[in-house]
Design a protein around this ligand. Structure first.
Ligand SMILES: O=C(O)C(=O)C[C@]1(C(=O)O)C=C[C@@H](O)C=C1
Length: 197
């Protein structure tokens, strides 16, 4: 675990102590982003299935047409749900980059150690992408629910550190998946600056 997260964990000792004193009906301070980051981890793990679908076939890891479809879908859902479309697209771009980090890492691993390669090949179009599409919808709900927490500032940073640590434990992420998660959550507390696309 990186130093930054270690510092985040140290900060959390105080935050969680404060949170435990909150009335039960209030969201616990520091835990606001666990749902969102849990979905980030779930999407990253679906990257394993994407890789399994493509490994040993001619399908390339990078599919710009599909990426655009994912981003267009996210933008449309953002508008429908009254959240910032530009920030939402930036968030989804990071999720796609994280999936590619995982896929490349697994391709390298499976090439070097063929005995670790998957023995089953899920179908990308009918099995795996529908799972990603479901997560897209859930992401929009979480992005809408966390709008007031996300942004520059300590509250977001601390919540994000806590959420990343708990996702790491809950989903048993190895170094490859942990580094993908770190990349994927980067936009959460750093909304896209206005004026950029
Ligand atoms: O659907 C795929 O083929 C994927 O590899 C997944 C994904 C994504 O994260 O949505 C990632 C990389 C591709 O360029 C397109 C999409």
């Amino acid at each position: 675990m990186g130093t930054m997260w270690g510092i985040g964990a140290a900060l959390l000792t105080g935050v969680l102590a404060a949170g435990s004193a909150s009335p039960a009906h209030h969201p616990v301070v520091g835990r606001e982003l666990t749902g969102l980051v849990g979905l980030v981890a779930e999407r990253i793990l679906i990257g394993d299935k994407v890789a399994a679908a493509k490994f040993g076939t001619t399908a390339p890891i990078e599919d710009p047409v599909r990426e655009q479809a994912v981003l267009d879908q996210a933008a449309a859902l953002a508008v429908e749900n009254g959240i910032d479309a530009r920030e939402t697209v930036a968030f989804f771009r990071a999720q796609i980059e994280a999936s590619k980090v995982v896929q490349r890492g697994l391709f390298d691993r499976w090439t070097a150690h063929p005995e670790q390669a998957p023995t089953e090949r899920p179908d990308l179009a009918t099995e795996v992408r529908p799972q990603l599409d479901r997560i897209t919808i859930e992401f929009i709900g979480q992005l809408a629910a966390t709008e007031d927490v996300r942004g520059p500032g300590a509250r977001c940073a601390v919540s994000l550190a806590f959420a990343a640590i708990s996702a790491d434990h809950r989903y048993h992420l190895d170094a490859l998946h942990e580094s993908a998660l770190r990349e994927a959550v980067r936009p959460v507390c750093a909304p896209a600056a206005s004026g950029n696309s």
